[in-house]
Design a protein around this ligand. Structure first.
Ligand code: MG
Length: 211
């Protein structure tokens, strides 16, 4: 089995909220971009247990790029006890808080991507303030709350280089299908005039920075 197929098969087994077709599209969009601009600096917001990091990491490895995988690892609002996406197995018994970092580390180690996917642990906006590296690819897949989604958008999208790729997950034009903030930041990116839409799959959108 090729390294690529091994990684994509493995990604399908990792716990998370990325449907298979969207995960494969994430890989394809990133690979196509990476093949045009090797040795890129990529960053994802919202790492959870590392599922999308393996899809993106497979493309990063193939193009000598590096993926920073950023998360506070305490779960978003919708992941907390009593909410729809709560998973009790991810609670740290020592303090009763969600902690997805051990699962994320195990995923990246099992995928043998530890030299390609680099974890950043902390609040997105704090990290952004001190992160000055231009980004070839940014994938926004963090919290869906209005404040959180907009903060991620405002802190990170200016770091994308012209010609770079902005990927956004959980974009639902119909409010019945999911929360609004990811859709709102997707619309804001287009309306800013700085991005044009390139591709989509399910709730995943791919935009290119044009100026
Ligand atoms: Mg998502």
């Amino acid at each position: 089995m090729s390294r690529r197929d091994e990684l994509l098969d493995y990604a399908g087994t990792v716990k998370g909220f990325m449907p298979r077709d969207e995960g494969l599209a994430l890989f394809e969009f990133a690979l196509a971009h990476g093949e045009r601009s090797h040795r890129g600096t990529w960053l994802e917001i919202g790492a959870w247990c590392g599922k999308s990091a393996v899809y993106l990491g497979a493309a990063a490895e193939a193009t000598n790029s590096v993926l920073y995988s950023l998360d506070h690892h305490r779960g978003s609002e919708e992941n907390q006890a009593g909410w729809e996406h709560f998973d009790a197995s991810l609670v740290d018994p020592s303090d009763g808080r969600l902690n997805t970092l051990p699962s994320w580390q195990r995923t990246i180690a099992e995928a043998r991507l530890e030299s390609t996917v680099i974890g950043l642990v902390g609040p997105s906006v704090v990290v952004a303030t001190h992160f000055n590296q231009p980004l070839d690819i940014l994938f926004i897949d963090g919290g869906h709350g209005r404040d959180v989604a907009w903060a991620d958008y405002e802190a990170w999208t200016p770091k994308i280089v012209v010609g770079g790729l902005l990927l956004i997950h959980d974009v639902f034009a119909n409010p019945d299908d999911g929360g609004r903030p990811p859709y709102e930041i997707y619309r804001a990116a287009l309306e800013s005039g700085a991005f044009i839409e390139r591709a989509e799959c399910g709730s995943l959108r791919a935009l290119t920075r044009v100026h």
